[in-house]
Write a protein that binds this ligand. Structure first.
Ligand SMILES: [Zn+2]
Length: 132
């Protein structure tokens, strides 16, 4: 890798990490809201289960890396982040078949058409909050 490419790669990694940090902060907000609604103290949160769609542009590894720093010094410090991946699924525009986009090579396994609409896999959901 030459110097320029190395610098660009570093910049890109930085930008991605910033994006994931934003996602972590959003997750913390949603957890805080859900905890308040359910009368849960944030310091009693043992783990947060988050669903990440494989087409959501969120990199689970970066999210996992951001989590300890983002929760450090907050009431949620020590809470674990558990990530569940959701497969990207699409519906074929030609025949209506729903299929796993990446596993099927980006083409409908029934009719071979590439045109489709995303039905699942772009979400970032807080699925569950586990309490100590
Ligand atoms: Zn089809």
């Amino acid at each position: 890798m030459d110097k320029l490419a190395a610098r660009c790669a570093r910049k890109l990694a930085g930008a991605l990490a910033m994006h994931e940090l934003g996602v972590v902060i959003e997750i913390q907000k949603r957890v805080a809201e859900a905890a308040a609604e359910n009368g849960i103290e944030l310091r009693d949160v043992a783990a947060v289960v988050v669903e990440i769609g494989e087409a959501s542009c969120v990199v689970p590894r970066y999210l996992q890396n951001c989590w300890p720093a983002a929760t450090d010094g907050t009431e949620m410090a020590g809470a674990e982040l558990k990530i569940e991946l959701i497969k990207a699924e699409v519906r074929c525009n030609a025949c209506g078949r729903v299929y796993e986009y990446l596993a099927c090579g980006r083409r409908c396994p029934d009719c071979g058409a590439p045109e489709c609409r995303m039905v699942r896999g772009q979400e970032t959901n807080v699925k569950e909050i586990l309490v100590r």
